[in-house]
Design a protein around this ligand. Structure first.
Ligand code: PAN
Ligand code: ZN
Length: 197
């Protein structure tokens, strides 16, 4: 990997690919087993098609202190039962590493929580910059049922990803679709002991 400076361009509205991309990850329904509330709806959807829920295009850099890894996250529109398509979500393995998200197009939110169980949900609209403070787990949720949620993210090269904690316990909060729009609720299936995480 070159150590020289470089440039690239972010996707415009209606596009999803940055002009430079070293890795492209596609996450389908199968990789989100157990994460949605409505298991029957999940299994029924999966029986028809293993739908693509979100994609990540990364501009890779060495996973080292001082480096910055960035890329584009695209959460496609849709519902599993009454729950919006979302990312798996994770803590950074090096908890003390922050992340910046910039919303390019679409709308939705970031569901966040820290290991003490404090929760926060911040909303994305085109132009929103979100600072995910160190120690906060984060999950992107697309609450627009007609358009992709496209964000640009930047995080420390050494951050690493801890998916297991969220896979085991879930997030304390969920975002559900209603006639009046998105509603943030306590997660009835959260598997930890409240106040103990
Ligand atoms: C992002 C996320 C990306 C996909 O690059 O990795 O939005 O979400 P999951 O990793 O939870 O599947 C990031 O936050 N990196 O640290
Ligand atoms: Zn992250």
């Amino acid at each position: 990997m070159s150590d020289k400076p470089f440039t690239f361009t972010l996707p415009g509205t209606g596009e999803i690919r940055p002009s430079r991309c070293d890795s492209h990850i596609e996450r389908c329904l199968t990789s989100m087993r157990g994460m949605f509330q409505d298991e029957k709806a999940y299994e029924a959807m999966l029986a028809v098609e293993d739908k693509l829920l979100y994609e990540v295009f990364e501009i890779r850099r060495p996973e080292a202190v001082g480096e910055l890894i960035s890329g584009i996250s695209v959460v496609h529109p849709g519902l599993v039962g009454n729950e919006y398509y979302m990312t798996k979500g994770h803590f950074h393995s090096v908890l003390a590493t922050a992340e910046i998200y910039y919303c390019i197009s679409g709308s939705g939110c970031m569901v966040m929580e820290n290991p003490e169980g404090e929760c926060d949900v911040e909303w994305f609209h085109p132009g929103t910059v979100l600072y995910v403070a160190p120690r906060w787990a984060h999950r992107s949720v697309n609450t627009d049922l007609d358009h992709d949620l496209v964000t640009y993210f930047v995080y420390s090269g050494n951050a690493g990803h801890d998916y297991k904690t969220i896979e085991t316990y879930g997030f304390h909060q969920i975002v559900m679709h209603s006639d009046k729009g998105p509603v943030v609720q306590d997660n009835p299936r959260w598997k930890g002991v409240r106040g103990a995480m």
